[in-house]
Write a protein that binds this ligand. Structure first.
Ligand code: PRX
Length: 641
């Protein structure tokens, strides 16, 4: 398959961009025409950012799994869809062809149907990075069930909250998951999460680690048994068949929970048609994917990057996608490069935090690997510092591979701002130019538009693109207030941004109370809620501080009234509490005990001051005269870690 909508020169990019702005409906309509539909849409786009309402291809009927699998079968049925690399390099790699993927997805669809799952039902998926996770995700999509994948690093409490919020009745999990030298008891965590739960009807358990599990009668079933039965139903005379549900383009495809600046995580909802087109279009154009290439995205499917660029983007393009179960540093820090060498990876997509961490291990782990298959490198998740960019460029790309710095968010579905590999100019540490259809705008705090180049401001997007979120699950008003109310009529990203003299965008980081730790988003309010659950904690305030590896570290200021046997033990207890409530990914890096927090007379914590102190700044703390008790600042400064 070649793609008429693949942009191959800077001129073509400018032309495509112009067309996408002048006539978005024609532009996206022509691209959408090249996918498999059961029925054509009534209207390409209907929108207003007030409600907000965004509808792409409404009335169009399709199934995303036919676009990701069935339409490739005639031409590349025996080509690898997934190359699975196990955690332990001694274990055998599994190659899943498109034919095999088709069969497994049909089987899962049949299994889910047998267990009572219907169109629109929510299915939570809590599994390690194994092919069965992909089958589970696509099996849901085949029958029109809404998947909600939960990252393996979340705690039982976080799972319980998500299961409840989504009102999920079905869960798919594993006995356990391997990650480096750890063995994570997934089913045990699910069991804890479901204590007291009354909505979940079935838990499907796949055997991966042979960790002992307790199977609850009537609720828990083994994946292997159910799949075996399903196989006999879908295969007749050697032909595999399970009819794909005919879905509206605007039916939900999945929910993915993400942290925000207030309270509990919100369930970002993506719908089928627009998301499919966006992930496909951005995959093909940003990475300049060529038929037959092997794509390795190192993210976890529990995050949006995995959804869009391990599963839906690559598979909808008929690509070969590498699925890696393990971690970059086990058994040693050469694991990524060994995978590139072993599977002749052409496109490598990872996070700056991983690059920085691997840089620290030196070049010995790179030297003996053959990386000559690489054509394109990519980064995502956080701003990349120039040092890491150059290391990646020189030592991994051997100065021959363009690097795409892709800026996007859970809410955007796929990349919004990035260079196109080798086609549009790259600039270290700059995401550069918007994708066709994306209209960025910088505004100041009062919402005044900042025109021209060589400026900075808060990043908004003024027009819908097909892959944008449609709502937050069960609470549309929250979607409106979070994204569309700060600057009425615009989607507000929460990011600060510079536009250089050539019009290139450079994302500088969050301007709201959200941290980006190792490329993962964590809201300070959510963290503070978790900290405050600890019995001795009276109040806390969390800020980010620059961290060499993680990008941002978590700095906690804590007012503690309990009895300290030993401050360090208390710190460990608090960390343990956060780990229980949110998950190990949210552990604070530093905890400073304080007597008071700097508050204004209206009771608002002045984070600006706390941020500066966490960054090591003790002078220039700005105006502290509005503080209720300016004295606390000195105490905090003196005790800074
Ligand atoms: O601050 C931006 C940062 O990550 C945030 C989105 O986080 P999340 O929804 O978890 O999705 C991460 C993967 C898409 C953004 O608001 N971010 C993401 N990509 C970049 C980035 N910051 C700078 N440069 C990037 N390329």
């Amino acid at each position: 398959m070649s793609y008429s909508y693949q942009i191959t020169s800077f001129e073509q990019y400018k032309e495509a961009y112009r067309k996408s702005i002048e006539n978005p409906e024609q532009f996206w309509g022509e691209i959408a025409d090249q996918f498999t539909w059961h029925q054509k849409w009534d209207k390409v786009l209907d929108w207003n950012f007030t409600e907000p309402k965004v509808e792409w291809f409404k009335g169009g009927k399709l199934n995303i799994t036919e676009n990701c699998i069935d339409r490739h079968l005639a031409t590349r049925g025996e080509d690898p869809a997934i190359i699975w690399e196990p955690n332990n390099p001694e274990e055998r790699t599994r190659i899943v062809t498109y034919n095999r993927l088709h069969k497994r997805v049909c089987q899962v669809a049949q299994m889910l149907t047998n267990l009572g799952v219907k169109k629109g039902d929510r299915v939570c998926i809590y599994m390690g990075m194994i092919p069965e996770l992909t089958y589970a995700v696509l099996g849901c999509a085949r029958i029109g069930a809404i998947h909600s994948v939960i990252f393996g690093g979340f705690s039982a409490q976080s799972i319980a909250d998500r299961v409840y919020d989504a009102q999920a009745e079905y869960i798919i999990t594993c006995d356990g998951a391997y990650r480096g030298n750890k063995d994570i008891p997934l089913k045990g965590v699910i069991d804890d999460a479901l204590i007291g739960n009354r909505t979940v009807k079935k838990v499907i358990v796949y055997t991966r680690t042979r960790t002992p599990v307790s199977m609850i009668k009537g609720r828990d079933v083994w994946w292997e048994d159910e799949m075996e039965h399903a196989e006999t139903q879908i295969e007749k005379d050697g032909v595999v068949h399970f009819p794909a549900a005919s879905m509206d383009a605007e039916d939900p495809l999945f929910i993915l929970y993400t942290s925000g600046s207030t309270g509990k995580p919100k369930g970002v909802v993506h719908t089928i048609g627009g998301y499919m087109i966006w992930t496909n279009y951005t995959f093909i154009n940003v990475f300049q994917y060529q038929p037959g290439q092997v794509h390795f995205c190192t993210a976890d499917i529990g995050w949006i990057t995995g959804h869009s660029y391990i599963v839906y983007g690559p598979l909808s393009a008929g690509a070969t996608t590498v699925l890696f179960e393990g971690v970059p540093t086990w058994p040693d820090a050469g694991r990524f490069w060994e995978i590139v060498d072993k599977h002749k990876v052409n496109i490598m997509y990872t996070a700056p935090t991983a690059i920085r961490s691997l840089m620290g291990f030196g070049l010995n782990y790179v030297k003996d690997k053959n990386l000559s298959s690489l054509k394109v490198l990519g980064t995502v998740g956080e701003p990349i510092n120039e040092e890491a960019w150059h290391w990646y460029h020189q030592n991994i790309g051997k100065e021959k591979c363009p690097i795409v710095d892709t800026w996007w968010q859970t809410e955007t579905g796929g990349t919004l701002i990035s260079n196109l590999a080798g086609v549009t100019p790259q600039k270290p540490a700059h995401a550069t130019l918007p994708m066709p259809g994306v209209q960025p705008q910088l505004v100041d705090e009062n919402g005044n538009v900042i025109e021209g180049n060589g400026v900075s401001g808060n990043l908004c997007i003024t027009h819908p693109w097909p892959g944008m979120l449609r709502t937050t699950y069960g609470d549309h008003e929250r979607c409106r207030t979070t994204y569309f109310a700060t600057y009425p009529g615009k989607y507000f990203t929460g990011d600060g941004c510079l536009r250089d003299n050539d019009g290139n965008y450079r994302i500088t980081g969050r301007v709201d109370d959200v941290l980006n730790v190792s490329g993962h988003r964590i809201g300070t309010a959510e963290l503070e809620n978790a900290l405050n659950m600890h019995s001795g904690v009276v109040e806390s305030a969390i800020v980010g501080y620059p961290h060499d590896l993680k990008g941002q570290g978590i700095y906690a200021y804590v007012i503690y009234e309990g009895h300290h046997h030993d401050e360090n033990l208390t710190r460990q207890d608090i960390i343990q509490t956060v780990s229980r409530i949110i998950g190990p990914i949210a552990k604070p890096d530093k905890i400073q005990f304080v007597k008071g927090l700097p508050k204004t007379r209206s009771g608002k914590i002045m984070r600006r001051i706390l941020r500066k102190i966490a960054e090591g700044e003790t002078e220039n703390l700005g105006d502290t005269s509005t503080l209720l008790d300016p004295g606390v600042v000195d105490e905090i400064k003196n005790g800074a870690l």
